[in-house]
Ligand binder design. Sequence first.
Ligand SMILES: Cc1cc2nc3c(=O)[nH]c(=O)nc-3n(C[C@H](O)[C@H](O)[C@H](O)COP(=O)(O)OP(=O)(O)OC[C@H]3O[C@@H](n4cnc5c(N)ncnc54)[C@H](O)[C@@H]3O)c2cc1C
Length: 478
Amino acid sequence: MDADTLVIGAGFGGLSAALHLADAGQRVVLCEALNYPGGCASTFRRDGLQFEAGATLFFGFGEGQLMHRWVQRFGLDVQADRLAPVLTLRAPGLELVVDPERDAFVERLAALPGAPQAAIRRFFHAQARLAAGLHPVLEQPDLLPPWGPAALLSHAVHLPRYLPLAGALGRPAAALLARTGADFEPLRLWLDAACQITVQAAASEAEAPFALSAVDMFFKGAYHVRGGIGALATALVRAIRARGGDVQLATRVRRLERRAGGWAVHTRRGVVTAERVVANVLPQDLAGLADVRSPRLDALGRRVRGGWGAAMLYLVVADEGLPRHAFHLQLVGESRRPLIEGNLVLCSVSDAREERSPPGTRTVTVSTHVPLPTDAAAVEAVQARMRRTVAERAPELRVVRELTASPRTFQRFTRRHGGYVGGVPRRTGLGQYLDLLHRPVAPGLYLVGDTVFPGQSTLATAVGGQRVARTLDARVVA
Ligand SMILES: Cc1cc2nc3c(=O)[nH]c(=O)nc-3n(C[C@H](O)[C@H](O)[C@H](O)COP(=O)(O)OP(=O)(O)OC[C@H]3O[C@@H](n4cnc5c(N)ncnc54)[C@H](O)[C@@H]3O)c2cc1C
């Protein structure tokens, strides 16, 4: 065998799995189709400009969290600045700054005219208790099944923390607003917008434990990565190579074939044999690469089809009058319409010190969700809506140049079937907790990435990659 493990794809799921396995001493080959790493969370260059391709808000850099541990343990040359504020939500008649500390945000909401103060405090108290129940298992892969004695002991000790979760299972996040009497328009809008970008579903549909833990990440620390998330992805490639891993960029995997004791992986450059394959691709793309029949792969594929594509505007704007640091605006066109298709956009403005565009200008990544399948005319209509939302809610962003991207662009660049991006929406339902149980899709064939637990976001896919690495090799450090 040429390798112990071959990893397909250098998104954050694949990078994480490859890094941890190489660090544990395995012979690892990582094949990435593009000539740069990061997938949906990468930084691309065009005409001397630099943009975040998709993801712009990053988590996990706080003391003791996974990205922080990586920076320390692997000596990554990466600088992450904590965002304060996390972002500003603007909607008709509302400008709501989202503070990096929960208490400050609660007081800000409670100070709004007509705010039900006690109810708002009850809501966030309950939200924090739910998040405290789920966070340990989302952040520490060794607490996820398969459980060893240490994990079982830890769960037993923390049992009281999990109790609030029981009452929220199978219910939408918005139910907590009603239960605590906090159904106050600005809070509802914030929760809706936060759920849409974290768990890909409106608060009225989002599974409460996941959604209320995901929005907690705002208060655990949201970060801007200096120079772009591509800097972290590139640093991870270096770290994998420094540990003996073979990272092959511009090397698309074309086919997987089962062989005695492993897999033959056909790439653009030749055949690599490996005992195991970790695939950082969508379930339906894996089914296209390998001749495997698996009910689990089919079920995951169906859930992906319930997800979204992304429509993008990549803007160059005049720098004059803007804050110097990176900042994020969540802009809502009309408060009573669904927060998709350009009616909600996340606008992420780069840091002036990064010099990603000519002097006097800054680059901005603007994204929104679109239902799939879609066609060119529908995407253009969404992009027109995005422009209107930006112009109405953020007139300080004076656009001097614009590039666009659609689900087709994502399909072309990240090879995600149909352009589905951002993970599987966490809509209410108990079935998704079965994802906690980790299984290969076929002997020696594993999935990582945002379609498997714990799901979407760079941090979640990184945690998922580490978790798979741990199931493959007991030497992987938590
Ligand atoms: C518009 C947008 C905004 C987002 N905003 C945020 C945000 O602010 N914060 C956040 O944390 N998350 C955000 N996300 C989600 C986050 O980016 C993704 O969940 C995460 O990056 C997905 O990682 P992944 O491991 O699933 O791999 P992907 O990013 O899908 O990467 C897979 C990689 O595999 C490669 N590949 C595919 N097929 C092959 C093959 N056959 N051979 C070789 N290589 C192959 C691809 O080229 C790609 O590089 C956003 C996503 C989008 C699209």
